[in-house]
Design a protein around this ligand. Sequence first.
Ligand SMILES: [Zn+2]
Length: 653
Amino acid sequence: MAEEAGHSQRNDTVRRRVGLVYDERMCNHTTPDGDDHPECPDRIRVIWNKLRYSGLTERCVVLDAKEAEDKYIQSVHSKTHVDLIRNISSKQFDSRRDRIASKYNSIYLNKGSSEAAYLAAGSVIEAAEKVAKGELDSAFAIVRPPGHHAEENEPMGFCMFNNVAVAASYLLNERAELGIHRILIVDWDVHHGNATQKMFWKDSRVLFFSVHRHDFGCFYPGTDDGDLSMIGEGPGEGYNINVPWEQGRCGDPDYFAAWDHILIPVAKEFNPDMIIVSAGFDAGIKSVFATAVRDPLGGCCISPYGYSVLLRKLMDFAQGKILLSLEGGYNLESLANSAHACVQVLLEEKPIDGSSEAYPFESTWRVIENVRLKLSVYWPSLANELPKKLTSQKAPASQLLVEVSSESETEDIEEAIKDIIQPLSALKVDEDQKDASVSWRAEQKLIDIWYASFGSNMWKPRLLCYIQGGQVEGMQKSCSGSMDSSPPKDVMWKCIPHRLFFGRDYTKTWGPGGVAFLHPESSAVEKSYICMYKLTLEQFNDVLFQENSLSCNVDAPWITSEALNTVKNTGSFSIAEGGWYRNVVFLGEEQGVPILTMTCDLHDVQAFKSAKLPRCAPGSFYANTLIRGLSEGGQLSEEEALAYIKEAAARPL
Ligand SMILES: [Zn+2]
């Protein structure tokens, strides 16, 4: 009996004190006109409800949310920025909010924005302080708006204040007596933590580790800041570690490898006093089985089990003093499941049930080896070359071929499994079909073409959805990607004498609004911008299938090498069974390689002229994607791009 009593007492005393912060007022930050937006109030509601209904909130310490004080926010943000965010909710800003928001990258503002931003930053400070003091073992701040994109002097990427950076700076600079002198910030959000990187760029007290989808600089935020060569400067040199994935689809095995072979060895050397996780869940999927149901913005595949393992591995450091602060995560089910799994780990000190037996991608090993090479000067534990036996264990090519997209978040797991298994079995059962597909693909891999885009594909991250799968902001549905996910070999811009116009009034991908078409015939008085990507003919066919809402899993291409000759000789080639973009048009050659585009045929042009088919200006997301393409490609300023689109939409055909 005595022993039993002792045992139960021990259980009580070792029960971990896990703090949670949540406040419904952070839901008052919404789009001003009620438009749908991925960064929506339900993101934090679903997490909170999941924790409540599963009984986890009762096992945690629930903290009151607090607004941050200006002086603490100003340790990482400029006064101008803090003034801006504070005043957003004031009356005199009523009519100006939209205009102000439009000046920034991916920002919306409403009356509730100021309070939510102050509560998010303040709540993370509150939770950080309690963990630092030892009043709590660990904590999870369920806050929004997120923070890691918010720069010193501007809101960005749905973020107002950099909550994690504010809290880290608070502990280091305001509360030194708490003994937190070295902080490890782990940013596992699928996007690079650009702002956190800059804020501690020269600071060796903060080791910033960000693992993110980079796609060679094409994935949001779309700069080179997330490159692995960005390692910090001055005293902070070596204290900034980026692990930039070359593609989407990275999942549990890829992240485990990054932990085991970069983060964990470095964390041992750095020996942090506390860990703060920029916990975005937009690299997540809702379960191990549902790789089809990825985050609409992220396109990666960490399962809730995967997150629980990643977090558990961190608990061995800093005496388990860990604070998670919510960043992104836009598939509500995956978000709630992953956050729930993390709270379970904090409480129980072990991962949730699950397993992951797949291997990392070849590109994962490449990235990890390059990061180790770059940083081994600062972290000797990274100096050894990884054994070949380890790095030769990689995901089989078939894993890359199986690509399923899904529009529905409510799809159940069985459906998802069926989606995965069916294409697999189709490949296995129908050997003839497989062979046919393989043979045309093998042949077409050797033929290069320039794909000339004139619509949303001018923005490279959007084009890459057709190549590597996934979706970008504003797209309502995910692309499956090409069977060959290699990035374009070259990119080039040109002006051509063709008419750009906008037709149709609704698309499955973008919702309401017209999409771009190019008049197939040239005209000396017209001028349109095209962004040309050097692709293989196989990839061009896969883009063509997707532009026409068809699967790439087919046994014959639309543009065979014979058809390519026809296009070159006659100027165009119309595909009988095609959709809106069934007409492949030849636009000349560049470096001896043919330039092809896809648009409507002349018959449709007549129908647009006579209003049998609707013409309609593009919706805001579609237009913004065009503007980003044109401005980031250096063709036009944002204002000029907007004027170009407006003119093309308004002028009669
Ligand atoms: Zn994100």
